[in-house]
Ligand binder design. Structure first.
Ligand code: PGA
Length: 251
């Protein structure tokens, strides 16, 4: 079902169906523009999407060699090759399965000097001409990237202290032990996300339903960073039935 409003809302029966549709859309975008600049997200939500993208890439012989990628975030103090890193997640789920040029993969390095690394990342995003399509998940607290709720939001790439609910939801990357989840991360800021030409936010499951309802109907607030997608000219919320369950008229 589609609603004529911003962000657009599309509800699929399940995450797998949503992944198929979004992967097909990304494949077409990549075929139309072989130099696509793609913003990528980690977490449980995009796992079916990356699996489907890998499948579609092989089936259609998609050429990723001129695609540029930027991932949203990385843990401070976690080396790229470490099992808990988001870099490693992306290598395993997508990067090693398609013919991306390693030089065109952009990632925050959690072991670099944080201030220099954040400035480097913003310069790289600008040099690439900004992001064409940004994939987003949403935290149970309404964060996008690691832009956590608070009294203010950062426009630029920055160092962030992670909220306890965010550390908890990342515990599986660290053997299920919340104490091992780093307390800080580097995150792309709100500007690069909101300036992406297209933003696709995926959400699955009942735990996201209340935030999604507020993203659609609530006020803009720094306490719900995803609410700023209401300002985006081309944003989609791509939901399964459970994530959409608090939206009236959805389903
Ligand atoms: P999840 O995380 O996909 O694991 O639910 C989303 C997020 O925190 O942005």
């Amino acid at each position: 079902m589609n609603f004529a409003r911003t962000p657009r809302v599309t509800v699929f029966p399940d995450a797998q169906t949503a992944a198929r549709v979004v992967a097909a859309r990304l494949a077409s975008a990549l075929q139309d523009n072989p130099q696509l600049v793609l913003g990528l997200a980690t977490g449980r939500t995009p796992i079916p999407l990356y699996a489907e993208l890998v499948r579609v890439s092989a089936a259609r012989g998609l050429d990723w060699s001129r695609v540029t990628t930027f991932n949203l975030d990385e843990f401070v103090g976690v080396p790229p090759e470490s099992p808990g890193s988001y870099r490693r997640f992306m290598e395993e789920r997508l990067f090693r399965h398609v013919n991306l040029d390693p030089h065109r993969i952009n990632f925050l390095n959690g072991t670099a000097d944080p201030d220099d690394e954040c400035r480097r990342y913003d310069r790289a995003i600008a040099a690439a001409g900004g992001i064409d399509v940004q994939i987003l998940g949403i935290g149970t607290n309404g964060h996008i990237g690691f832009n956590e709720p608070g009294a203010g939001l950062e426009a630029r790439t920055h160092r962030v202290r992670l909220r306890s609910e965010t550390r908890r939801s990342n515990a599986t990357l660290f053997g299920g032990e919340i104490d091992k989840v780093p307390s800080e991360a580097l995150s792309m800021g709100m500007a690069a996300i909101l300036q992406a030409r297209t933003a696709l936010l995926l959400a699955h499951g009942e735990t996201k339903a209340s935030c999604i309802e507020r993203v659609v109907n609530g006020p803009l607030t720094t306490e719900l960073p995803a609410s700023f997608l209401q300002l985006h000219a081309d944003a989609d919320l791509i939901l399964d039935a459970a994530a959409a369950s608090r939206l009236t008229g959805a389903g």
